[in-house]
Design a protein around this ligand. Sequence first.
Ligand code: ADP
Ligand code: FDM
Length: 231
Amino acid sequence: GGASTPKRGAFILLEGVDRCGKTTQVSLLVKHLLSLSIATVALRFPDRTTQVGGLINEYLQSSVQTDDRAIHLLFSANRWEAAPNLVNTLTSGTNIICDRYAYSGVAFTSAKRAEDRSSMSGGELSLDWCMSPDVGLPAPDAVIFLDLDQDQAESRGGYGGERYEKKELQIRVRQRFAELQAIDEKQGRVPWHVVDAAQSIEEVKEQIAKIVTDTIDRVQSESAPLRRMWG
Ligand code: ADP
Ligand code: FDM
């Protein structure tokens, strides 16, 4: 860009199973970056504040059956409705730290089994089917995967009782994330950084801060174009 065009911000995603520490780390990270005068905003998906997000919230908090494909598409729609603003934020030079995104979308839906799922769905929903509605969304510049096994996740306290907060499902979700990591590594586009989330909050924070600083530097020095998901 010309001298008047600011460098775009970096789009950094935190992913992982429930209670791996995403909320804690997003908040610490945004404070850290702001203290360095690095323009940054936090996002999270699902964004329960929109109308679509309200439907998702009702689904997560109730046991009412909803068709698995329909709810999957609502999670995706909740990202698509945020995408224009997300792109504008990055274009204006502000970095985005995002708690969950399309990877959670695919990992959770594809991990559902008969006992978790609505009767209309029939067989398992494939990774390909689950990925397709998110194809074309803005892609992150880095995925930071906070890796935590299920026993350690459970040692962090009781589940709040939302729909997906079940041990067997969470174990399969972690496996799906690993498959999505392998797909991205094969494409060679979106780099994944796996951080051991069983470390102390401070240790995790330091590792994430280094990854984020390096990613912001890389995006700026390469004037890297914003990519699209799974393109
Ligand atoms: P998530 O947003 O991924 O569900 P949270 O950040 O809400 O996870 O953390 C879940 C719980 O675990 C909270 O009670 C939090 O204080 C605690 N926690 C977060 N990080 C760590 C850590 N590194 N070690 C021990 N407990 C942690
Ligand atoms: N989740 C989250 C999905 O099933 N699909 C999605 O696309 C996204 C973004 O929603 F169990 C699941 C993951 C989690 C639940 O997430 C709510 P938070 O982070 O607990 O609000």
